[in-house]
Design a protein around this ligand. Structure first.
Ligand code: ZN
Length: 460
């Protein structure tokens, strides 16, 4: 539905602007963003007036079903816990999950993401077979469920069917717990093809080799060459030290170096968890134009490590944020942790800045928007004509924002307190959050609770 909004202040690509008239069409595309406007809408109608508007954030890395695992893996085992012990629990959880449950969990997740300010998500989707390891009659059965959930919640989606063939470097055979994830390049391409009819303003399709552990470089090459031109490609690259050591043992190279020696990295690529990269790899990513996909709350939860953000920014690298395992559904928390990790590591303040942007929160929001938009392969990431009508109205009467100067708004939004300051959310030209509540919040939550009740027994 077309519409317009008058923002007394809005964050545009060049910074804060005053008296901005924002207009969009029936297709959910911004048709005009006009600063210094008089406050009257098209045909002299009076548009709704709000105080503070931001462009909606892109969540560039999600495994939607893992939302239901949140809080269930926080008890220590007899041996030191790690990413790898967490992964065993996650496999057990994924073992019996049904397409209906995947849809219910994804809808809950997406409604929460919207409430906190994400208007787009990239789904790194790997539960693609039935519980017994057989293929579903519809090759994209589970991906279509996630797509249905995105439509129900009203979030923009980039679906990335995952290539997952091996259990480790050197083409190790998959274990019994990984049979639901098994695909080869042909199967991934069939899933991509099945999803083609869904492509449109709110939906794009790319692909994702799971990792260098789970896909060989010859498979990755085969997949990237057959995928339609310009589609996003995502991969888990270097999340864990054990992964780096495994790659060194197998190839004599670290993961990012190994990938970039065999595959021409470019702006289509999103390198998720580029946590463990050396100085040469920092430059390789920055020079390629690929996006580093950072997931600070999940990386903290799983004990992964800290990304060399400061060096990466200095090298001119592009980055975006994702909520990955969804221990948080808030871009505020991802960006706060991204900066705090750096402060703790370097024992300094205000690390994520550039020569031209000294305000940390604004640098992080704008940077993550640009990188996230690129990684999504969709026309999003700014309040600008031609892009999707994705925006957030902040609660300007909240004590943290009331009377705040433009230079301080983002600092208050990202670094002060724990209240959710997102009041209303427009995604693809549709108001999906109003007064802090998702428009279908109760029905979505009911289906989620039902799914979770069915799944609770996974630990036995
Ligand atoms: Zn992931």
């Amino acid at each position: 539905m077309s519409g317009w909004l008058f923002a007394r202040r809005a964050l545009l690509p060049q910074g804060w602007a005053a008296d901005v008239l924002i207009e969009w069409d029936d297709a959910g595309v911004l048709t005009a963003v006009t600063p210094g406007s008089s406050g009257s809408g098209p045909q002299d109608q009076t548009p709704r007036t709000v105080e503070l508007v931001l462009p909606g954030m892109v969540n560039l890395h999600s495994h939607a079903f893992q939302r239901a695992l949140g809080g269930l893996t926080e008890t220590a085992g007899d041996n030191p816990d790690s990413f790898w012990t967490w992964r065993e629990l996650m496999y057990r959880f994924a073992r019996n999950i049904t397409p209906e449950q995947i849809e219910a969990i994804a809808a809950q997740l997406f409604s929460e993401c919207l409430r906190h300010g994400y208007t787009s998500v990239c789904e790194f989707h790997y539960v693609q077979r039935a519980p017994d390891g057989s293929l579903y009659a519809r090759p994209a059965e589970t991906a279509e469920r996630v797509a249905a959930a995105s439509r129900a919640a009203g979030i923009g989606l980039t679906m990335l069917p995952v290539l997952y063939s091996y259990a480790g470097f050197g083409e190790l055979a998959l274990g019994s717990d990984q049979q639901r994830f098994r695909t080869d390049p042909d199967q991934v391409l069939r899933i991509v093809e099945a999803l083609e009819p869904l492509r449109g303003g709110q939906f794009e399709v790319g692909a994702a080799p799971h990792s260098l552990r789970a896909a060989s470089v010859s498979q990755i090459l085969e997949l990237t060459q057959a995928l339609p031109a310009g589609r996003p490609l995502h991969i888990h690259i270097a999340e864990q030290q054990a992964e780096v050591l495994g790659c060194l043992e197998f190839s004599g190279m670290r993961p990012l170096r190994y990938l970039s020696e065999h595959i021409a990295l470019d702006a289509r690529w999103c390198l998720v968890h580029a946590t463990h990269i050396d100085a040469d790899e920092v430059d390789r990513i920055a020079d390629s134009g690929a996006v580093a996909g950072l997931c600070p709350t999940t990386e903290a939860n799983l004990g992964d490590g800290i990304f060399p953000l400061e060096q990466f920014i200095h090298a001119g690298g592009r980055f975006g944020i994702g909520s990955d395992s969804h221990v948080s559904q808030s871009p505020v928390e991802e960006l706060r942790w991204l900066e705090y990790g750096q402060r703790l590591q370097h024992q300094r303040r205000n690390v994520a800045v550039s020569h031209t942007q000294r305000r940390v929160a604004e640098f992080l929001w704008q940077g993550a928007l640009q990188g996230g938009a690129q990684a999504s392969g969709r026309p999003v990431g700014a309040l600008a004509a031609g892009l999707r009508a994705d925006l957030l109205v902040l609660d300007s009467e909240h004590p943290n924002l009331d009377g705040a100067a433009s230079d301080d708004v983002m600092g208050a939004f990202i670094f002060a307190g724990n209240d959710n300051l997102v009041r209303d959310v427009l995604a693809g030209g549709r108001w999906v959050v109003q007064g802090g509540r998702h428009v279908d919040q109760d029905a979505i939550a009911r289906r989620y609770k039902q799914a979770l009740a069915e799944l609770r027994e996974f630990r036995s």
